[in-house]
Ligand binder design. Structure first.
Ligand SMILES: Cc1cc2nc3c(=O)[nH]c(=O)nc-3n(C[C@H](O)[C@H](O)[C@H](O)COP(=O)(O)O)c2cc1C
Length: 404
């Protein structure tokens, strides 16, 4: 493996700080250059000399140090990082990062970096389960930060509970995944549909839904990161598409169907994360509909069903993998499995849109990934990008089986 990858390793003031030593050893063996940054409180637990000796370079500790080896140290560190990992991460640093506090070398470096950020929390079980810590972690996840652990077990304070630093080998593996992103989608074409549709009543009014497009856009981004060619068929949304995707913008479900059909043949894996309307007004007036007199009376609109895009693609999928989404408010898995069968899907991602932090207009999601034969994968509340990678993992396994 090339020796030029750099991990900036933040070490904070928790009892598990000594475990950073083992991590440095493991990463160094992998040819990764480790630049440790310690908080002032981390130095109460272990000395910079220990880390300095292990990674054979000075340890950065002071934001205002004049003999820093780099010009403006936090900016230099931020730029040179391929990954910024904080191991262990105290409740304190997690809170600071969630709030955007930048009052020391580590927090300023995190704010200034464009590299992926990973935190491995370790603390007392009651601190870990506290509402504020959980909310702060959710904020970090929503920003795309990778959170590894913690684990349940015996804690340094003598209690049993969740809060132990994750296994150092697992942390090493998660860091290496970020250092060398998987390119397992190289050579594959992925079609993603995303966002809502608009079903017009007249030139100024339409029926739509709460889909923000975030899940579909995260899928497109994850597939691009893993080397796929991506066509993103998108309804009207307020977010920017990931660089590198071929974006086809549509408004109505009919346009979405046409766009999806015309790009389907060329794809290997199609993921239907959009929320096209099931029904459209029977007629679309060319002129703005007028209110009937002052105050107006009741009006009745007639809707007709739109063509079911997933079912349509399911009928002609051949060896392609077809993944659908099910937003449900009750009997989640039962309804999702029915949909899987009816529409000829290979995999369905079910989300309970009534759960806080999941479903529409959020950066996080909690889903159950169901296939015909495999056991369900339940994610818990994680970032949409993490959900996207899990969906891609599953879709790739099915794709490989179909090619056998
Ligand atoms: C003996 C001892 C052990 C501690 N262990 C932890 C810990 O494991 N996790 C944690 O979040 N805080 C722990 N703390 C509290 C932190 O040291 C404290 O919140 C500190 O402000 C963290 O500073 P830092 O995040 O800038 O490193 C511990 C404190 C003491 C005195």
């Amino acid at each position: 493996m090339a020796a030029h990858k750099t991990v900036v390793l933040g070490v904070t003031g928790g009892i598990a700080a000594y475990k950073a030593c083992e991590l440095i050893g493991r990463l160094t063996k992998r040819g990764v250059e480790v630049y440790p940054v310690m908080t002032q409180n981390a130095m109460r637990f272990i000395t910079p000399l220990t880390l300095q000796t292990l990674c054979a370079r000075p340890v950065a500790v002071d934001l205002f140090s004049h003999d820093a080896p780099f010009s403006v140290e936090h900016i230099s560190l931020a730029r040179r990082a391929d990954v910024l990992a904080i191991v262990p991460a105290t409740a304190d640093i997690i809170g600071k990062l969630a709030l955007g506090i930048a009052d020391d070398l580590l927090t300023t470096t995190v704010m200034a970096t464009r590299a992926p950020v990973l935190v491995a929390p370790a603390m007392n079980g009651a601190m870990y389960s506290s509402t504020v810590l959980q909310a702060n972690l959710a904020t970090l996840r929503a920003r795309g930060c990778t959170v590894v652990g913690p684990e349940a077990g015996r804690l340094a304070c003598g209690e049993e509970g969740e809060g132990r630093l994750a296994d150092v080998g697992d942390i090493e593996a998660a860091i290496m995944d970020l250092v060398y992103p998987r390119r397992d989608y190289e050579g594959l074409a992925v079609l993603v549909t995303a966002g809502p549709t608009r079903e017009y009543l007249d030139p100024v009014r339409y029926i739509t839904n709460r889909s923000s497009g975030r899940m579909g856009y995260a899928l497109a981004q994850a597939a691009l990161e893993r080397g796929a060619r991506v066509v993103l068929v998108s309804g009207p949304v307020a977010i920017d598409p990931p660089d590198g995707a071929e974006v086809v913008r549509v408004e109505t479900a009919k346009e979405m169907l046409e766009a999806a059909m015309s790009h389907f043949d060329a794809c290997d894996i199609a993921i239907k994360a959009a929320a096209p309307a099931d029904y459209a007004p029977k007629s679309r007036s060319d002129r703005k509909l007028k209110k009937a007199g002052v105050g107006g009376g009741e009006i009745t609109l007639t809707f007709v069903p739109n063509t079911d895009i997933a079912a349509e693609l399911g009928r002609r999928k051949g060896k392609r993998v077809l993944v659908g989404f099910a937003a449900e408010t009750q009997d989640l898995e039962k309804h999702a499995l029915e949909k899987l069968e009816q529409k000829g899907l290979d995999m369905i991602v079910a989300n309970d849109v009534t759960r806080e932090g999941a479903g529409f207009e959020t950066d996080t999601n909690a889903v159950t990934i169901l296939t015909k034969s495999g056991s369900p994968v339940r994610t818990g509340l994680v970032s949409k990008l993490e959900v996207a990678h899990l969906v891609l993992d599953g879709a790739l396994t099915i794709h490989r089986k179909k090619q056998e």
